[in-house]
Design a protein around this ligand. Sequence first.
Ligand SMILES: Cc1ncc(COP(=O)(O)O)c(C=O)c1O
Length: 482
Amino acid sequence: MLTYHLRGADKGKVKGNESAEDLVTTTYASRYAAVDIPKYRLAEEGVPSNVAYQLIKDEMNLDGNPELNLASFVTTWMEPQADKLMAEALSKNYIDLDEYPQTAELQNRCVRILSQLFHGPEGTTGVGTATVGSSEAIHLAGLALKWRWRARMTAMGLPADKPNIVMSHGVQVVWEKFARYFEVEPRYVPFGRDRYVLDVNTAVSMVDENTIAVVGILGTTYTGEYEPIAELDQALSELEASKGLVVPIHVDAASGGFVAPFLQEDLVWDFRLPHVRSINVSGHKYGLVYPGIGWVIWREESDLPSELVFHIDYLGGDQPTFSLNFSRGAGQVIAQYYNFVHLGRQGYRRIMANLDQVATYLASSIKDMGHFELVGDRKGLPVVCFKLNEGSNYDAYELSSKLRERGWIVPAYTLAPNASDQVVLRIVVREGLSMDMAELLVEDIDRAAQALSSLGRSGSLSSVKAKKMPSQPSKVHARRIC
Ligand SMILES: Cc1ncc(COP(=O)(O)O)c(C=O)c1O
């Protein structure tokens, strides 16, 4: 006997019996289509699986379409073979190393491959681990830097109670979290009016004996530009020579770690630079795996303090682990390895070249429309950042909302301090945004801009504002989107 509440005029309790009819009828012909399913409490009785599936699937339609979500760096498309491998691994817990030693082996292979890709020392077998994303990777890398700094200070007989970390205002929110959670003073290098990456001289002037590291971002969340990491390395060498301060660099290569090695092969940003001691990269961004995987790689074993590493025995061997989480799915690690085996360097190169071509097309088309100005140097990630011309009679948030009417998710946000009066829009070009789609996007941007500017002239702009739905973009800070 099942009891449900009817809506509206019929509200009240009705009783229904399970019958053969219930089992053969479609979801929408069944009584479940006309009753409230409890949303905020665990009902005494459940509903049939096909009904539960359909009701939840229908609710999920209110989410944006991931393929049209140009706000996110995170992968929304993988090949069917990767989907299959991931589905087959759904029941595997990555941390059960004893039970799933081959998953651990694939993780170790990925660490080694990444260490080589980032020019780790000759002959290294790789020091690093899979993480849930760059955020966990950054917390782990930050902890290792803090521990190493403390050991250096203690060895010199100096107090080690006021650690700081120097980074540009372009950092993603995870760095603020790291600083707060692990009690490290964040020292932010401000943006200039037209500079959205780290200023090396200012950064070095903020460094002292308590600096655990300077962060360099390979592809900022704001504009996709690369920070000048080789220049930073050089400046820190000079500081070391003049003042004897030894300060490591951590590279936040969340997005660029899988772009630069294939698109800007001559750019020196990784372990080829002596001060670069650790690097994080998101497997789920340009590593081309679905959400839930990142990596942290250390230059060599001495960069990862042994006190932070726990050892688990499996099959008589030793598997070191360093993580903030314990249980998690194994599928992402397997899918990352699949990409390495399947794509190889050439595959990644072709994909990144295609994305860059699409980004270049978008940038030049947007510029040619006459409504917009490009922001950033476009030499880094395949990202297009632009703002409205001065004097426009509508704003970037309105354009973002208007594009949403066609399904496109193109976020509008303010830049960091010193440039925070500027509101920009950003398109992240990811696998799945082919030239064919990009052409449609260009048409839609042009159409939206024309519609908004003519509305503005006729004085009916307020009607556009009034139509804003709660789910439409609000004024967000780029540090909080990724
Ligand atoms: C530069 C940078 N660092 C860190 C992160 C956090 O990465 P994740 O989402 O993989 O945790 C992002 C996310 O966009 C990012 O752009």
